[in-house]
Design a protein around this ligand. Structure first.
Ligand SMILES: [Zn+2]
Length: 284
């Protein structure tokens, strides 16, 4: 691979000492809300089912306190997830702060946070059938909040203007436009960085580059999360399939993803999260 990052600056005499400084965790999680009700969810009533077809997205609604279950069916498949406050689309999932608070990948017990100025729990991961995977020898793990979503702009940038219309960004845009009635280009502005459900990714140890590898997900695997507020969601079955080879094309085997929404014992007594405590005075 050509070296795109030449080192132009000689190391100082104390370079080794500077590198040896021990890291500290930026955001110790001890004061975050303690996740409740973890474990596989048991539906107590009817189940609403949606299917995200291969290389397409589906939207879904979930009331605060309901469980959302995303299941791999038919074959290994990665999904790109967006979440909004159903009453206010400007409040949406904040993958960057979720990453900073919990880590590069989310699993059982982690919270999915909303963007500033809201910054409150949108959903809590209550069960992850892949939480056995951990972090592999390459530094890879499952359900990442580091990749943004595959999109046609990056594809055009890297591939001489190639026009591909079934990247997750476009799939989510069409699904949100269909759900809301918004014009396509307005719906597009609400699409945001995703939770990459079932995707196995990391950063290379030597160059720090974002990598993906074939997901360990198999049919029957599922990720469950509880809606903390009333949610509108959209899930795209990524054109990358299991993301073991490439995305932004129609060459990879691709499978549907199933989304189920249902009540549990928790739903009737659910307490929505408090608004964020910051005054928004910004010092004035
Ligand atoms: Zn994708």
């Amino acid at each position: 691979m050509p070296n795109r990052r030449p080192k132009l600056s000689p190391p100082p005499s104390d370079a080794d000492a500077r590198r040896a400084v021990k890291p500290v965790i930026c955001y110790p999680p001890e004061t975050l809300p303690t996740p409740q009700g973890l474990g596989p969810a048991t539906p107590t009533g009817s189940i609403t089912t949606h299917i995200a077809p291969p290389r397409e997205a589906a939207t879904f609604l979930a009331k605060a306190g309901q469980t959302i279950r995303i299941t791999s069916i038919d074959g290994p498949q990665v999904g790109d997830l967006n979440l909004w406050n159903v009453q206010d689309l400007s409040e949406r999932f904040f993958s960057g702060k979720t990453r900073a608070l919990h880590g590069t990948h989310v699993t059982t017990g982690d919270i999915l946070w909303s963007n500033l100025p809201h910054l409150r729990p949108m959903a809590t991961v209550t069960y992850d059938s892949l939480d056995w995977y951990g972090i592999d020898a390459y530094g890879g793990a499952v359900h990442d909040v580091i990749g943004t979503r595959c999109d046609p702009y990056t594809n055009a940038l890297l591939n001489a203007g190639d026009q591909y219309h079934h990247c997750c960004h476009s799939n989510l845009t069409r699904a949100l436009a269909d759900h809301t009635g918004l014009p396509l280009h307005e719906a597009e502005t609400h699409i945001h960085d995703v939770l990459n459900v079932f995707m196995c990714t990391g950063f290379t140890h030597d160059t720090g580059q974002y990598f993906m590898k074939a997901s360990p997900v198999r049919p029957g695997d599922r990720l469950e999360f509880r809606a903390e507020i009333d949610l509108l969601g959209a899930l795209s079955a990524c054109p990358g399939g299991d993301c073991g080879a490439e995305h932004s094309s129609d060459t990879t085997p691709c499978y549907p993803l199933q989304i189920e929404i249902f009540d549990t014992d928790h739903t009737a007594t659910h307490q929505p999260p408090d608004p964020n405590a910051y005054t928004r005075n910004h010092g004035r």
